[in-house]
Design a binder for this molecule. Sequence first.
Ligand code: AP5
Length: 208
Amino acid sequence: MGPPGAGKGTQAGPVKKAYKMAHISTGDILRENVRSCTELGAAAKRYMDAGSLVPDSLIIEMMESRLNEEDASEGFMLDGFPRTVAQATALDELLEKMGSRIDAAILIEVDDDVVIRRLTSRRVCSACGAIYNAIAHKTKVDGVCDNCSGPVIQRDDDAESVIRHRLSVYHDETAPLMDYYEKAGKLRRVDGLGPVDGVLSCLVSMKN
Ligand code: AP5
């Protein structure tokens, strides 16, 4: 968990490699559905473009199907889900039915001004999803992904006005989840302001 631009996607890459667990990002799944012009993608696109949350019913149905896929059976890391108390409750019910549970809810904490700076300069590979930054983490060749040579672009929802709306949605609708997981004794906080490697070390030490 964490505000937009906290570094959830950035940290998920190395954590997934280190622990060999499925990385399930609702944002990535939705963007893939938009790209492939599915019914879900068509329904989700206008919410995503505006920086608003996609309705809970669509997200919960999508995650029920994703969590039942083979690669999630050995453990998984959720990125960008749950984002509302209704999603968190539905997740608990679903996992109970599956005989599973959430071990920890990790919150990466970053101030709003840092979020704006990071996201207005974020660039992503539209082919493999690799995350870059036009200031702090550039590609070797301008506009070309270091990993797969795919095109590196700016996300539509990384316009400053949309980022500000995403932040207010985060504070209004997602931040209340901190209480939900604190009461369940599962909330772990990580300072997301340090360098990428420093944040990763904190995450890894938490798991050990
Ligand atoms: P989603 O894709 O989940 O977007 P988000 O939560 O807003 O998160 P971001 O991907 O913007 O940020 P991040 O924390 O992953 O940061 P990153 O690592 O890229 O969701 C998109 C949309 O889909 C939502 O708005 C909504 O419409 C919909 N949606 C998704 N899930 C939903 C749900 N559950 N319910 C309803 N709707 C849903 O890093 C950002 C930048 O910072 C990069 O440039 C990176 O290089 C840089 N950076 C990262 N860490 C550091 C560091 N430590 N120091 C310096 N720079 C850093």
